[in-house]
Design a protein around this ligand. Sequence first.
Ligand SMILES: Cc1cc2nc3c(=O)[nH]c(=O)nc-3n(C[C@H](O)[C@H](O)[C@H](O)COP(=O)(O)OP(=O)(O)OC[C@H]3O[C@@H](n4cnc5c(N)ncnc54)[C@H](O)[C@@H]3O)c2cc1C
Ligand code: FES
Length: 521
Amino acid sequence: MHEGINPVAHRLAINNGTQCGYCTVGFVMNMSAFLAENPSPTKKEIESIFDGNICRCTGYRSILTGMKTFASDWSAEDEAQRMKCLTEEKCHQVLVHESINIPFPRAARMALPPISILNSTQKWLSPETLDELKDILRKNPPDTTRIVFGNTSFGVYAEEFPKFKLFVDIKLIPELYGISKSEKGIEVGASTTYSELLTYLDLLIKKEKLVPTSRIGAIQYMVHRTAGMIVRNAASIAGNTMLELKHIQSGPPFPSDLFTALFGTDSDIRILKVKSGKESLIKISALIQQVLKAPEMVHDLIILGYFIPFGNANEVTLSQKVALREVNSHSIVNNCTRIELDQNLKVKEVSIVYAGIAPVAWKASSSEQWLKGKTLDLDLLPKLTVILRREVQKELNQWENHGRYESIPSEGFTDEYKTNLAISFLYKAVIRTLLEKSTQGVPTDLSSAGKINWGNWGLSNGIQSYQIQDFKKPISQPYIKLMAFHQAMGQVHYTHEISLPPVGKNAAFIQSKNPLATIIL
Ligand SMILES: Cc1cc2nc3c(=O)[nH]c(=O)nc-3n(C[C@H](O)[C@H](O)[C@H](O)COP(=O)(O)OP(=O)(O)OC[C@H]3O[C@@H](n4cnc5c(N)ncnc54)[C@H](O)[C@@H]3O)c2cc1C
Ligand code: FES
């Protein structure tokens, strides 16, 4: 029996939140799942869940309006401003399900059974313990065997997949899960997803009243700035680390955001070497050195987890990222800078880490050395900038000479641009540190450079106005299109999804400056 259309699909359709409809089901699914778990969210919370949903043609105003009508703080004023369509009253007669109803069959609620799928070319195995995983990895050739957790890396390096004969799914291995807190920091299991880590960190920051420039704040920033919510729900942090480590020597380098922050916060990583069975907890910097020396070791590696230290109250740690888009976009350059001062503002410790300069997270060691021991002051900036510029350019040239950037499609970012990004990140970190730690502060005309703007924006809003041209009636009138309901319910098929019928032909438009010319094949 038809119990009614999903309320989210209905709201989206009546608010004209669809055009081609291609993205619509994604929006409906995301919002429905969110509402099922958060029955009375605010407008701001609703807006924040759509950082991974992209719409190319409708425009976000109408989509967000439809979604925000579910908010607990949706006011009478908001409702008065909402652009209503001519046939909305009729559309309220459509049977709408009384609640968000997400079917969750019993079988789906149970723990996943281990699976073992074999076909002639590829196998998929899911071990249930770490010992089983080690056993499988020891018995199979490393260059054609791939560990899999969320498998989101398919979206980044799809061309690498055909060579693998065996996929080993690690989702059932309990030893790789869990987050726990100690006096000095937090232990995070390798298979923790970005969303799980973000939820944990948000709560921790609130409970412990940690500032955004604590080490935990710097990690939280990069976790939040990775991909969008949909990817973060599936992607593990170890999978992200391995993408960077596996592309140090070959393939397009991977400028991970979290890895830069883990390195910059002086975190440890717990690894297991498959052949020897040896487990160790080492610094991220030490692991990078090992992989640079012997890149093939990445095939012998299982990541077990991480230790992220809290650090101390005398330091300022700032993570930054510049990418083509705010979210769902890899860094052009990212950075994590940590500056620890003594009571006289003397730099006790400093760490300046970048991705996007070298094929792996890279430390600006000359700048660090120059800064260490000096009293932090704005007057240091001109000289510091010169030193940093020199060493960033040297590093960029080195990897260019090795041909490491040839495999990346040019996005038009020059080395000069990357160098300037690196410099402005450090500039911002110094200003921020002075703002927080110096009693004299920073001149007002410079202080805005130390602000952390990302994520601290207000709620978006938009009002659409239009003029009806009566002579075109019914065209140009704000009618709800019937197709919107089919689109929002996922009932629409697109031509590229439909297989070609037996007598069908593919066709493409060809532009020609010779109308009616004869094509000679
Ligand atoms: C649309 C999109 C946007 C993205 N945006 C960003 C971004 O802004 N910033 C960013 O840093 N990243 C970004 N990423 C990358 C994303 O973070 C990674 O794809 C993800 O973290 C990988 O996790 P996974 O569990 O899916 O790993 P998988 O894809 O399952 O595996 C990735 C690699 O890690 C290995 N592996 C996984 N777990 C382990 C383990 N425990 N031990 C050893 N090896 C292991 C696998 O063998 C494989 O080589 C984006 C990805 C997508 C698809
Ligand atoms: S892509 Fe969103 S409606 Fe077309």
